[in-house]
Design a protein around this ligand. Structure first.
Ligand code: BDP
Length: 703
């Protein structure tokens, strides 16, 4: 019997041990510190921890901080230091209202580590910073710090439907179990909130921008309130996507006209109802008059009229409106990348103070590479928010490795020249170039109910990177990658260094095998996975040749004065630089120029050869990733090792398909042979064109 029990205990324990590496804990693994010396160093330095706020009052947020510290220190060090809450008035002003200050002082009984902040949430962020420091195995001498977020609202945007299907989601179904809510509150909700708070994220939009009005009905609002309750101890405010026509659909009105008194009254009452249930409700995100969504244009009103309707209802409660600038129409003959610019610049100055115009990083749609959206440099009297896409809609879903921090940094660091040099997108977004007030950064989530949250085990790096950049956009991609790799795979440099290297190179690799040299929107239709330069959709702006403009003469979108003149939407400095093929960077060349196949490139090669070489480099890049990963055999736990290995195998094959399909397609126009070193395609063009990918995840049309 004893023996049986022992076997049973082992059998139960074994899967648990394996499950430890299933990715569920994300970057909050709190593994025991391996080096005995380092462990001693930590234990001796962390005997007393003080959590200090001006009042010293206990709160659920401080309780969360204490719980996290207790658990983290116990698991990493087997230590149980005293953690006390104290009142302390003085905090370094650089910590601001949401940041923290960590100090190390000598007390009578040994060192005292104090995490002080103006508000309890700052203490929680400081606690997570301390735990990060330890997880990275850094010496305590570097612990003292002051840190504050540069952007006030750091928000996840979930494109989750009420039936749990996640639009452009590749990691399973929605985290929110709407059917079981509000009674059943999955443990995962708390762990989600912990993950967000560990990065300093402080908001979440729960539902898809293609919104269902039902979310605003009393039954659903109770469910939303339950989630808000779960998130509150972690400083996370809940927002909702609002459907413009909700007054008709669930309110029984005949119109949703923003100037109709009944509509105005309906939204005011709805907002009151929401705040009764959720006193710290964040506000509404609205997609209007875009891709079939209802909006103010139906009533001859402007986007400003629409946004202000919500703004006025929310203002008494301190709520925000995030009004999306992702607006374009099929019947508009203006180049799609110019349409939002044209519409919104005309409305500058007309939005209420609590409205932020939420603009995607680029003027098209989250392509692997785009120039920054020209609106960032063109609306001095409007608060502008940036929307990044964490989920990899155009970069291989959760199947391919693409670490996106370099892409986001590229945009954040871009100079708009709006107010002279150094008017970077980051400075526009964080509010330094306009009067004080809220600032917003949003990230379209890559999470789902897969055990490891993000599907690809390395895709959690993008969630992490979004959060870290939202807190401090001046961190480098390398710093963030290193942090994530160490926290996720352990601080052993033999593991963290190659993983960091893999992450850093991965986005450019994807660009090269899919849309190099500024090519864009040449992906397959609908699900957007894989090549489709031949796609002719029901409307020109969803067809690939609208963008690549390949013909016998050459390749690329003509966006200078002789073309759509999209260049004119940028500052003269940029229009001059990008408008001349000789000074336009290779990376954006075909975004702005239609160039002859024999155009001489910086490399000395002609355009056609350069294109082929880039595609080939993309494939070879994936092979390099495979080699790097294979070298980690035995150093990374088997579960994650095998999963990444097989995903990279798939990525290599997909990269070859991209290369072969695109080169065969463009070769019809270039009539030139593949240059030396570029592998011959495995099939003919017709084979690639005939392929149909069924039920690709995240595609709304397939369900
Ligand atoms: C596109 C997606 C679509 C979204 C849309 C948006 O394909 O699913 O609804 O963006 O951002 O990238 O509204």
């Amino acid at each position: 019997m004893k023996c049986f029990l022992l076997v049973l205990a082992c059998a139960l324990a074994a899967p648990l041990a394996v499950r430890g590496e299933d990715g569920y804990r994300l970057w909050l693994r709190y593994e025991p510190v391996a080096s005995p010396d380092l462990r001693r160093h930590y234990v001796e330095g962390l005997t007393r921890i003080v959590l200090a706020t001006p009042t010293g009052a206990e709160s659920p947020v401080l309780a969360a901080a204490r719980m996290e510290l207790r658990e983290g220190l116990d698991r990493m060090l087997g230590a149980n230091p005293t953690v006390r809450v104290e009142a302390r008035a003085e905090v370094d002003p650089a910590a601001g209202s949401d940041g923290y200050q960590v100090t190390v002082t000598k007390g009578e009984g040994g060192p005292v580590v104090t995490i002080a902040a103006a508000r309890d949430i700052g203490v929680l962020y400081g606690a997570f910073a301390l735990l990060r420091h330890l997880q990275m195995n850094l010496p305590l001498s570097g612990l003292a710090t002051v840190s504050a977020p540069r952007i006030s609202q750091r928000i996840m945007n979930h494109w989750d439907n009420l039936n749990r299907f996640v639009e452009r989601g590749y990691a399973g179904f929605s985290l929110w179990d709407w059917y079981q809510l509000p009674e059943v509150r999955d443990r995962r909700y708390r762990d989600y909130a912990r993950a967000l708070a560990s990065l300093g994220l402080n908001g979440t939009v729960l539902n898809n921008v293609n919104a269902n009005a039902l979310i605003l009905t009393p039954d659903y609002l109770k469910k939303v309130a339950a989630l808000a309750d779960e998130f509150r101890p972690y400083g996370i405010r809940v927002y909702l996507s609002a459907r413009f026509s909700a007054p008709i659909e669930i309110g029984g009105l005949k119109t949703a006209d923003p100037q109709d008194p009944a509509v105005i009254a309906w939204w005011r009452a709805k907002v009151e109802e929401i705040y009764t249930l959720i006193p710290d409700f964040g506000g509404f995100l609205v997609k209007a008059n875009s891709e079939g969504q209802p909006g103010p244009h139906e009533y001859g009103r402007t986007h400003a009229d629409g946004a202000n309707l919500f703004a006025d209802a929310l203002a008494p409660h301190g709520g925000l409106v995030l009004w999306r600038a992702f607006v374009y129409a099929a019947d508009n003959s203006l180049d799609r990348v110019r349409q939002a610019y044209r519409q919104f610049t005309a409305l500058d100055g007309q939005f209420r103070d609590n409205v932020l115009l939420q603009i995607k990083n680029g003027p098209l749609d989250f392509m692997p590479r785009e120039p920054f959206h020209p609106l960032f440099g063109a609306m001095p009297r409007t608060r502008l928010a940036i929307e990044l896409q964490i989920t990899q809609e155009y970069l291989g879903g959760a199947t391919h490795l693409a670490y996106l921090a370099p892409m986001w940094k590229e945009v954040l660091d871009s100079d708009t020249f709006a107010k002279g040099p150094n008017s970077t997108v980051a400075r526009v977004v964080d509010g330094r170039l306009r009067p004080p007030g809220p600032s917003v950064i949003s990230g379209v989530a890559n999470t789902g109910n897969e055990r490891n949250w993000t599907g690809h085990p390395l895709a959690a790096a993008n969630w992490y990177a979004f959060g870290r950049l939202a807190w401090d956009h001046q961190l480098t991609s390398q710093q963030i990658a290193e942090e994530w790799a160490r926290m996720t795979f352990g601080a052993n440099p033999r593991v963290s260094v190659p993983i960091t290297r893999m992450l850093l190179g991965s986005r450019e690799i994807v660009v090269n095998y899919s849309m190099p040299l500024g090519l864009h929107h040449i992906m397959a239709e609908g699900h957007h996975f894989g090549p489709g330069p031949w796609v002719v959709a029901g409307r020109p702006d969803w067809s690939s040749n609208y963008y690549h403009q390949a013909d016998e003469r050459g390749l690329g979108a003509a966006r200078g004065p002789a073309g759509s003149n999209a260049l004119a939407d940028y500052a003269p400095e940029l229009a001059a630089r990008w408008g001349n093929p000789a000074t336009c960077p290779d990376e954006l060349l075909l975004w702005f120029h239609h160039l002859p196949w024999d155009h001489r490139m910086r490399s000395g090669r002609i355009l056609w050869d350069e294109l082929a070489v880039r595609y080939q480099q993309g494939v070879e890049g994936v092979r390099g990733l495979q080699q790097d990963w294979d070298a980690l055999l035995g150093l990374v736990d088997d579960e994650r090792f095998q999963r990444v290995k097989s995903l990279l195998r798939r990525q290599e094959s997909d990269a070859r398909d991209w290369r072969d399909a695109c080169l065969l397609y463009f070769q019809q126009y270039s009539h030139r042979p593949l240059p030396e070193g570029v592998e011959s395609p495995a099939h003919d063009l017709a084979t690639y064109q005939a392929r149909k990918l069924r039920y690709a995840p995240g595609h709304p049309g397939d369900y």
